[in-house]
Design a protein around this ligand. Structure first.
Ligand SMILES: [Cu+2]
Length: 627
């Protein structure tokens, strides 16, 4: 277990909130509920950029906004071979070119278009060279070694798809340069905005940051992607996938993967909040639009940052789809929260703008308490649209998206849950897991490391209620593989009282997830308009309980056994499975890999925090889905 201390994670301000909670736990004195759910900001006026950034954070050089055109990512039919490789990329006019990664000749990857119910087989070939962020590889983390700096592993996960276990991109299996992963996607789902991205154990945050992410749009007979689609949705040039992230740049054009200056390079710093918005690989881009209706397919591809998107002029737009597909009808909104990994499908009417008039897409998210203490740099500007030409006669915003003749079926009424589970998002103060600095701790789910033997087992074909109890003073985006879920609502949590009543055990890998019913207060906040459909990734705000109805598909729904053994194919390698207490998440430089032979130990899926720095260490859990 001595190894583990070196993997201790910096969580900055977390410690302050966490220490307060520990004190309360120690005295068993429940503080009065003083931390209500964060208010949902309305139309805040856009603020000047760049705003204040702490001198303790890395900062990008001053870059003028809106001087580079948005890159519209090319589309391709889902199938064939995609080669992950390095390219020469310029993020901004005033930055030198630098190295970037993508599933093809450019940063990110093509927008893959798949047909519902039509299988797609895609090869992902690793031709990556030396890691773009080689110096930031943390070799103290599970499954990570020196080789990842020069011969980086990769594995692709299709986020939002119910995929066979051996094709889901299990993080324990990965491919080195020269090897090709062959993946099979059944596309047994309705039209939806999915994305594919890297999921390699311990280096996901670096691989995605370097560029290994792309859109995957599932089409069906309603959402065809063509101009004559029966839903009446904008298509062609008027349908625009936007991969939104935040990055920090060095003056030489390279990415800065560290957050704070006072910690050495080569360690996971527990989060990355950049000071520049990057959309489709371009820093603060501008995009000319016609004066008509557009469909924006939005994905938060950031490591850690929650965006709340709004237009600078306060104009209304409509959300028509969530992670897993269309809502019942378009929901008019003026702001949209998008956590890392989450997607939204929106309609925007640029016809309300005059010829040459510009509108800024802003981020009006307010920092959580923890992120404020962590001095997360504000980022208020995302990109700009400029309306051009005469008003276009484009279609109107549809009134219905489901439940009418010629439209997809209405969303089913959620079934009552057959079982209820409580899951905790927490940190451990275990000395073995924390350096003797008050700012170090390790984030966990249920007080369990990834390699814990205590693996959740769910029944395929059942509905469960999950209460995700976030005891931490900052938000977490939680993503569940294979399942889809509905959001029931959120309630504020008195985290200190909750932890005081039943303190987490000091020993990591002893499950800690007591019911939180007695410690919530205030009204249940209903799902936001953009959450009124099926989802796979959800915003779990600080000091709150987020309740979900999770639908575990049956083997017949899926057409495969979700608990089938995952074979490690020839050319791939797997991180060694060891029981809890031994390697836990901490084999570090001594980690072993098995190359290309049958491995009986790997079954199931994962669920995790989609803050990529948290996911890498150690907010990821294995889960089995049994018939
Ligand atoms: Cu997290």
């Amino acid at each position: 277990m001595g190894e583990i201390s070196r993997r201790a994670l910096l969580v900055g301000g977390l410690a302050l909130g966490g220490l307060a909670a520990t004190e309360a736990a120690g005295t068993a004195a429940a503080r009065p509920p003083s931390v209500p759910l964060p208010p949902l900001p309305g139309n805040l006026p856009p603020q000047p950029q760049p705003p204040f950034n702490s001198p303790l954070n890395f900062a990008s050089p001053q870059l003028p906004r809106f001087v580079d055109d948005l890159v519209v990512m090319p589309s391709a039919a889902a199938g064939g071979l995609l080669v992950a490789r390095e390219s020469v990329h310029r993020y901004h006019r005033d930055l030198p070119v630098t190295r970037a990664w993508g599933y093809g000749p450019h940063i990110n990857g093509p927008v893959l278009e798949a047909q519902s119910e039509v299988e797609a087989r895609i090869g992902f070939r690793n031709e990556l060279g030396r890691h773009v962020l080689a110096a930031d590889v943390d070799t103290t983390m599970m499954g990570v070694g020196e080789a990842d700096r020069v011969r980086p592993r990769m594995v692709v996960h299709l986020h939002g798809a119910p995929t066979r276990p051996d094709h889901d991109g299990h993080p324990m299996i990965s491919w080195r340069p020269g090897a090709t992963a062959q993946h099979r996607y059944d596309n047994r789902q309705e039209a939806a905005t999915l994305w594919y991205h890297d999921h390699a154990m311990g280096i996901t945050r670096l691989n995605v940051q370097a560029g290994l992410a792309g859109f995957y749009l599932v089409r069906d007979r309603f959402d065809t992607g063509r101009a004559d689609n029966p839903l009446g949705l904008p298509a062609g040039d008027h349908e625009l996938p936007l991969m939104i992230a935040d990055r920090t740049f060095n003056a030489d054009g390279t990415l800065q993967a560290r957050q704070v200056v006072f910690l050495p390079q080569g360690g996971n710093q527990g989060g990355l909040w950049g000071d520049v918005a990057v959309v489709n690989g371009v820093a603060w881009p501008t995009h000319d639009v016609a004066r008509g209706l557009y469909r924006l397919r939005l994905c938060n591809g950031a490591n850690s940052r929650t965006f709340r998107l709004a237009f600078g002029n306060g104009m209304r737009f409509w959300v028509i789809g969530s992670d897993q597909g269309l809502l019942e009808h378009p929901e008019p909104i003026t702001a949209l929260t998008l956590v890392p990994g989450e997607r939204a499908d929106v309609l925007v009417d640029f016809g309300s703008l005059g010829d040459g008039e510009a509108v800024e897409l802003c981020n009006v998210a307010s920092n959580s308490i923890g992120n404020t203490l962590f001095m997360v740099p504000p980022l208020t500007s995302v990109m700009r649209f400029v309306a051009r030409g005469r008003p276009m006669r484009t279609g109107a915003v549809p009134t219905r998206l489901r439940g009418r003749p010629g439209l997809p079926p209405a969303l089913p009424k959620p079934a009552p849950p057959q079982r209820r589970r409580t899951m905790t998002l927490m940190w451990t103060a275990n000395a073995a897991h924390s350096l003797p600095l008050p700012i170090r701790a390790m984030l966990l789910i249920n007080n369990l490391g990834f390699m814990s033997d205590d693996v959740e087992v769910v029944r395929a074909g059942t509905v469960e209620r999950w209460d995700i109890v976030n005891t931490l003073p900052f938000e977490h985006p939680i993503h569940i593989h294979l399942a889809r879920f509905r959001v029931i609502g959120r309630r504020a949590l008195n985290s200190a009282a909750y932890m005081a009543a039943d303190p987490p055990p000091v020993d990591v890998d002893r499950r800690w997830a007591p019911p939180a019913d007695r410690f919530v207060f205030g009204p249940t906040q209903p799902p936001e308009p953009a959450e009124r459909g099926y989802k796979d990734t959800v915003h779990c705000p600080e000091d709150s309980v987020t309740s979900l109805l999770v639908e575990w598909p049956s083997a017949s729904d899926l057409g495969f056994d979700p608990d089938a053994v995952i074979r490690v194919p020839a050319g791939a390698e797997s991180v060694r499975m060891e029981s809890a207490g031994g390697a836990h998440a901490g084999a570090g430089p001594r980690h072993q890999v098995h190359r290309g032979h049958h491995h009986t130990g790997i079954k199931g899926y994962v669920w995790h925090c989609h803050n990529l720095d948290h996911e890498d260490h150690d907010m990821m859990q294995r889960i089995r889905v049994k018939a």
